[in-house]
Design a protein around this ligand. Structure first.
Ligand SMILES: [Zn+2]
Length: 145
């Protein structure tokens, strides 16, 4: 498999691919996510679709990881059912991932051109929630000098 940029965690991609192949179910569970923990473990989860905004697989993954005592993920990937392959995180998931794990890497791309990128690259000019709380110091203006 040809890759670009950072080397792709193929074991992680296989884990998500296997979960979605074996466990996808109707319209409710259509995407699997896999995350690499800092200690090397792999955690997996599936989305829980609901029209009110049921969590994407990436968000379910954060909770599944916590349930196993994993509070830091280094790499994340999502894979769609019906042979859709690797899926990029949606806008909400990009924001959540960057807030939970600012240094997490995300596998993106299609087919034989998978690559791994920093989540911050997927969300330039991101909103930093902590900077906008009433008791927070205002953020430093960029390039004040
Ligand atoms: Zn999402």
């Amino acid at each position: 498999m040809r890759t670009q940029g950072d080397s792709v965690d193929q074991e992680l991609v296989r884990a998500a691919t296997d979960v979605v192949r074996i466990r996808s179910h109707g319209d409710n569970h259509t995407v699997a996510a896999a995350g690499r923990a800092a200690d090397g473990r792999i955690v997996t989860a599936m989305n829980a679709y609901h029209f009110t905004g049921g969590p994407c697989a990436e968000l379910a993954l954060i909770g599944a990881a916590a349930a196993q005592g994993v509070y830091e993920l280094t790499t994340v990937v999502a894979v769609g059912d019906r042979g859709r392959g690797v899926l990029p995180p949606c806008g909400r998931c990009r924001q959540v991932l960057v807030d939970y794990f600012p240094d997490v890497r995300v596998v993106v791309g299609a087919g034989d051109a998978l690559r791994t990128v920093a989540v911050a690259e997927l969300l330039p000019e991101r909103y930093v929630w902590a900077d906008h709380q009433l008791d927070a110091e205002p953020p430093e203006p960029p390039d004040a000098g």
